[in-house]
Structure formats: C-alpha cells, structure tokens
Design a binder for this molecule. Sequence first.
Ligand code: ZN
Length: 380
Amino acid sequence: MLAWAAGATASGVRAQQPGLTLPEFVPRSMLHVQETRLERSKFPVIDFHSHLTWSDGMDGRQRVTPTAPPAEVLAVMNRKNIRTMVNLTGGYGAGVAQTVKAWDRAHPGRFITFTEPWWARTPEPGYPKFQAAAIEQAHRDGARGIKVLKTLGLYLRENLKAGKLVKIDDPRFDPMWEAAGALKMPVAIHTSDPEAFFLPIDRHNERYEELHAHPDWSFHGRDFPSDRELQEARRRVLRRHPKTQFVCLHVANSENLAYVAECLDAHPNMHVEIGARIGELGRQPRTSRRFIEKYQDRVLFGTDAVPRGDEYPQQVFGEKLYEIYYRFLETEDEYFDYAPAAVPPQGRWRIYGLGLPDALLRKVYNGNAARLLGLPPVTA
Ligand SMILES: [Zn+2]
C-alpha cells in the first residue's frame, strides 16, 4: 500500500484520502528520450536459452510436451533474424530422441536440443554410471548439450521429493560432468535464483510484487541453502571438471557482477548467458558494459523464452521480447521497459541500453555460442 495521499478539499484545506494500492500504481514516464525500435538484430542470433518443450522433470516417465509447434516458432525466428534456437529442456531417455527428431532433424540448422539428467533415478545405487551412459546415449540420439535446472540444489532431495536436499557438487554426478566434457557437450546450468528470493517477502524486498504473486518462488528459510552456498557448490564442480564447459545461465549471479567476474577469472571453463536478466544488467549499464567488454568471449545471448508462456512477461517468446533484447544490447536508449508488461514484472525499475560495438555484438549474438556448440562460424 502506498502511504495516504494528500488531497485538496473544496475549502482548500488538504485532507488525508486513501491512496492507491501498489498494483493500481502504473506510472508513465514523462521523459522525452530516444526510442529506437529494432525489428531485427544487427547480426544473426543464436538464442542459447529457450524452452520449446518441457520434460516431465522428476516424474521419470520420459515424457516431453512441446510449448508450440515448430512452424509457429520458425515464423518469429525468421522475422527476428534468429538463426538457431537452443531448446534446453529437451528431455531425457526416449523423450530427448523424440525432441531431436521433431525439431532438429526436421529443420536442420534451426534448432539444437539439450538433454537433462534423469532425476527420478538419482536415489538408485547404480545412478552415477547409469547417468553417464544416458548422456552418451542422448548424444548418439542427437542432443548437443546438457541442461541442469535449479532443481539441483533447490528441489531434488535424497528420496526425490523428501529427505535432505542433494548438493550441486554431490559426487554422484561426477561421471555425468565428465561425460559432458568428453563428448564436448556444454552444460547449461541454472543455479540459485535472484538474491531477493532468499530474503523475507516484506516491504524491503525489491521483488515484493513478484514474490507476492508467486510465493512458491521464495527460498527464504526452511532448509534452503543461501545463494552464496549454492554458487560456491557450483564453483567446486567447475574446479573438479576443468575439461567440461559450463554456461552459467542468468549471468550466474546477475546482481553481483564483481563476484561473477571473480568466478570467471578463477574458472576458465565458465561462461555466462543473459536470459531473463536484462532487468538486472540494464539497471547497472556501465558496470554491465565493462563486464561484457572484459569477458567478451564468454558471454552468450539467451532469453529464457517460452512460447505461450503468458504468465511471465519477461519470458514470453515473441517479437516484442526480442526487440527489447536487441534494443538493450545495441542502442544507448535510456529508461525503457525490460519486459512487455504494464508493470515491470521483476521489480519496479527500467533499464538503459549498452550500445555495444559490432565486434562485441557478433560474439554475444552468435560467435561464442557457435564455438561452444561446435557449429560453423555464423556469417552475415
Ligand atoms: Zn530457463
């Protein structure tokens, strides 16, 4: 609730009147500033982070559900200059083979599928070997990388949904990380979440509205580790598997780029992707630009886009979303929305464009991803 607002009465005496509630407050910026619309990116894009299918996660039934038909996705890709979409949640077992067939093989060069760990089998004694073999099979079936959701560290427990949380650096995953390195499959790993998700949902929480709408996104209290504990556990994995390439999704820890820089300096096998975090990068544009300049060979373009994912405006796959990302990376526009929504969904602030030069744009848009995925360099 906003504080009581002062209102003028007929007699001219100012009296207290009830103010707006927070959801009712939708201010419009009065700034007269440059507004650039970029319908296409300056260079072809590889979107390293999308969800064109969902797998059944911990259910263990190897089921995969598409979020949209390929033709619908391709139409947007062609209009927005997107060469290739990496679909991270392609499933596991029979599911991933099916995803590759329906997307990658049916539209060569346009889609790349990643496989996921077989979470349902993690409590079984033979799991470490089984999982490494499953990765090898997925590779034979056409998967080009591995996606690890924040399930690891925040949801997966010793007995799947009960017991102690399984740590990110639990040794039972070592054969999987090694298999990924041997097969040159990059690991896209989402660890932890915004720092505010680990704090009480109260009036000091900068993501109050988002957490109020999705209280299940909060990792405050109970037996959850802290953000830093999760980050450090991931670093131990990076250190233990130096030949495996890790892409830390969501800029690893986007509110703290100094810490991310420290991690990148320490781990040559670490890369970052920007999906669903331009709201964070764009409110610290000078730091972000310096960061991308310094780590220009290790930053990947991604959106975390989900076709028809209407619940989360910052991730809805569509033309508007890409135009915002292109504006953020390419222009020096000021104070604009990071998501197509009336109220900024990840916190009530706006962002500033980075105005990256061409050489950096090429690397971020496609060069770094192409190299990691073993694709031929993108020309044009
Ligand atoms: Zn994602």
